[in-house]
Design a protein around this ligand. Structure first.
Ligand SMILES: C[S@@+](CC[C@H](N)C(=O)[O-])C[C@H]1O[C@@H](n2cnc3c(N)ncnc32)[C@H](O)[C@@H]1O
Length: 266
């Protein structure tokens, strides 16, 4: 298959960035047979990152296995905000970590961190363990359930890019996500905030005094999440960034103000 035939096949299947995708597949394929196999997967709608086995995020490469959530570039805004609020060596918890990209990116930006990552999906956890390696610890379980008690009251940056698509809107997602990423990574319940409600309720018990929780959401959801944060005693702020296409990314930041008496349990 010539490069231009490849571009044509990708474009015919609906690829918007056919030239870029063709260049990547040509670079990754070891021979003509693997190029044909990869092209067939792509034409059938599999995410490119799952086909080649890696994704670029915040200037770093991460292992991606079939079925896991591919980190979105929009989440680099959360990473940037977290790093701006952190310090070298900070205690970072990546809750609902997926393949661990956000936590590792924050760690890289800080220069170093005590990194803890956790996720409920065994496939994500397996992938996160490959990515995190010796740079931190990866746990498997629902939200805070598998974290060591010794982490309580020590987390300086709690990153939570949890599923936030309302269940009724899942069918509107691109097939790439709907058909190739596990539903647990996407489905946020009726209002998209089911996981966040529990994550925010539990956050104060894990945060260090002055510690921050950062959550990516839609602008409308962010307002609700900010009031959930205030209800549990966190100071809440909403920050947004607009990309070149005019798409906004919103992050809610909750701060455990020094001197706050934490009443929640771990
Ligand atoms: C939208 S994906 C984001 C993954 C990662 N934070 C990122 O930005 O690349 C949401 C992740 O939350 C995880 N998740 C969903 N419900 C969870 C729960 N109750 N406890 C822990 N992880 C959960 C999913 O398995 C998935 O990896």
């Amino acid at each position: 298959m010539t490069p231009s035939e490849l571009v044509q096949r990708l474009r015919a299947s609906g690829s918007v960035f056919a030239e870029e995708e063709a260049a990547l597949l040509l670079a990754e394929a070891s021979d003509a047979a693997s190029l044909e196999a990869m092209t067939a997967q792509r034409v059938q709608g599999e995410p490119l990152e799952q086909i080649v086995g890696w994704a670029e995020f915040d200037g770093m490469r991460f292992v991606v296995e079939p079925g896991v959530f591919v980190p979105r570039h929009r989440s680099e805004f959360l990473v940037e905000r977290a790093a701006a609020l952190g310090r070298r060596g900070a205690v970072v918890l990546d809750l609902c970590c997926g393949i661990g990209a956000l936590g590792l990116a924050v760690r890289a930006r800080l220069g170093d961190a005590e990194l803890h990552c956790t996720d409920v999906d065994p496939a994500e956890v397996r992938c996160a363990r490959r990515n995190v390696g010796a740079y931190g610890s990866v746990y498997e379980g629902d939200l805070y359930a598998s974290l060591p008690d010794t982490l309580g009251g020590r987390v300086e940056l709690l990153l939570a890019n949890a599923p936030y698509v309302p269940s009724g809107e899942l069918r509107l997602m691109p097939p790439e996500a709907r058909e190739h990423e596990h539903p647990v990574a996407l489905d946020g319940g009726v209002d998209g905030l089911a996981v966040h409600r529990r994550a925010i309720a539990g956050a104060p018990a894990w945060l260090a005094p002055g510690g921050r929780v950062l959550i990516e959401l839609s602008a409308e959801q962010a307002v609700i999440a900010a009031s959930m944060m205030r209800e549990v005693g966190l100071l809440a702020e909403i920050v947004t960034e607009e990309d070149d296409d005019g798409d906004e990314t919103t992050v809610v930041i909750g701060t455990l103000v020094i001197g706050t008496v934490v009443t929640g349990t771990r």
